[in-house]
Every structure is written in C-alpha cells, then in structure tokens.
Design a protein around this ligand. Sequence first.
Ligand SMILES: [Zn+2]
Length: 151
Amino acid sequence: MSKAVCAFKTCSCKIITINDSNVVNLPHHAIETFHLMRKGTQDAASNPENSDFLIVGDVWDFDNIGVSKDIPSSDITELNKESATVTEGSTTYTYEINYEGKTWTVTKCVKYLICADCDKGPIGMICEVINKDTASDKRLLHLLSLESVTH
Ligand SMILES: [Zn+2]
C-alpha cells in the first residue's frame, strides 16, 4: 500500500493510504469529462486507455480532503444516466465501478475533491451511483484520480 499525497511539492498534504483492492480503471476520457487536474503528461502517455481511480466509500476514510461546491449541472449533463456512458464521435465511454463485490453505475457527479491544504484540484469527484443489479440501492462514492496526485 502506498500513500497518496498532494502533487504540489510545496504542499505534499497527505490525502489517503491507497488500498489497492479499491483501485478501479475508468476510461482515460474521465479525466477530461470531469475536468480533473493532471500532475504530468508522462502518466497519460504510458496508459492512454484507462485511468486509475481509488474508490472511497466514506469521506472519513481520507486523512485530509477538501470538497468543492456543487458541480454546475452544465458539467454533468454529458453523462447518459441510463447506461452511465458518454458518447463522443463514434466512441462510447462507460462509467461503471466494481466496489465491494457489486457493480455500480455512475449516474451523476455532484462535487469535486480538492486538496485540503492548498485547494488545488480537482483531484477527483463525489458521484451518485446506483447498484446495477437492483437499481434501488443508491449511494455516494468518492473517486480519487491517481493521475492527479503523487503516490
Ligand atoms: Zn495540496
């Protein structure tokens, strides 16, 4: 297990200890869709298809995290709520997350995660998700972009 810290050396605020079993792959496009900060271009080049996100069920699991104001609705309408997909040209990106043995469909991203100390970001988002199998099981998940932090 490694630690995620703020990518800015002058800050280096400790964000969370990364539990590798809660790291999921989302389409790399998620970084652009949700306007997340990138710490550099090397990572993007080495893994252009997918981006790693740490899924965190409870905000108190973070050592330090900041939460932005609500994401403007104009930023989230790109997501097709039925299938959690974004279509751009001929490519469809799917936002589904396997967490705690269930498959969750991202329906909406409500807030951004930012550094608790320096407010830099966004480094992730808080999403409303529904259980793909039951559709009645709704919750919030925190998605920390591992491309946006040092670890
Ligand atoms: Zn910071």
